[in-house]
Design a protein around this ligand. Structure first.
Ligand code: SAM
Length: 222
């Protein structure tokens, strides 16, 4: 799934980012695989040392992050608005063997209209870009779904990478790590990571550029 090899939707150009269930289904149907099938590197870097428990992965896509978490021993709820993506994700989980599929529940839901059934030890969102004001509302809801002592990990495309930061089509869906930190209840969180992190992106064979992720990792004080 990890969008890092395929551009997280940026390759679609301005104004073409899917925004609803039908558009996401259509995008997933347009190819056998949209994402790389590898977990996002920021997830691996930030979650590898966490004690395992019950995780929520929102915008789970084709499932690579949820599957990686399950291979680490996590029980995972992988949520996505696209049933096409989730069918693929479930098939990948089954193919992974080793009890992975049994540790993942795939949830078909619109995050903007979903109430977490319980608190999670890890809530992870990678490249789950929404329009404002939904983005802040969802970040607040994701934070509220973290159990005491649990971790919130939110990763997005850094605004700084936009060629034109005033771009009307994409700017409203992007956020900084500080934007995410700003919705956290003061005094209730230890913010461990709040940064724009560089990563390589191959834009065509032989040409790799450096782009950045907005990364927020915070622990709810237990
Ligand atoms: C850019 S993709 C990222 C997928 C995956 N997290 C990754 O990093 O490769 C965004 C995902 O969020 C899902 N999505 C978009 N809007 C959503 C919503 N309102 N509720 C739940 N999922 C949504 C899409 O179907 C898509 O799978």
């Amino acid at each position: 799934m990890s969008a890092h090899q395929h551009g997280h939707g940026q390759s679609q150009g301005h104004g073409e980012h899917p925004v609803d269930e039908a558009s996401w289904d259509e995008r997933y149907r347009s190819a056998d695989a949209i994402w790389s099938g590898s977990p996002n590197p920021v997830l691996v870097a930030e979650a590898a040392a966490l004690p395992t428990g019950h995780a929520l992965d929102v915008g789970a896509g084709e499932g690579a992050d949820a599957i990686w978490l399950a291979t680490q021993g996590w029980h995972v709820d992988g949520l996505d608005i696209s049933s096409v993506a989730l069918q693929r994700a479930a098939a990948h989980a089954t193919a992974a063997g080793d009890g992975v599929a049994e540790r993942i529940a795939w949830l078909h839901a619109d995050l903007t209209d979903w109430t977490p059934p319980h608190a999670y030890d890890l809530v992870s969102a990678h490249y789950m870009h929404l329009h404002q004001p939904e983005q802040d509302v969802v970040h607040r809801a994701l934070a509220a779904a973290v159990a005491p002592g649990g971790t919130l990990l939110v990763v997005g495309h850094a605004i700084a990478d936009l060629e034109d930061p005033t771009d009307a089509g994409r700017r409203p869906r992007m956020f900084t790590a500080a934007d995410v930190a700003a919705v956290l209840e003061p005094g209730a969180w230890d913010v461990h990571v709040d940064e724009h992190r560089p990563r390589p992106r191959t834009v065509q064979p032989g040409t790799t550029i450096t782009i950045h992720d907005a990364v927020l990792r915070a622990r709810r004080i237990g």
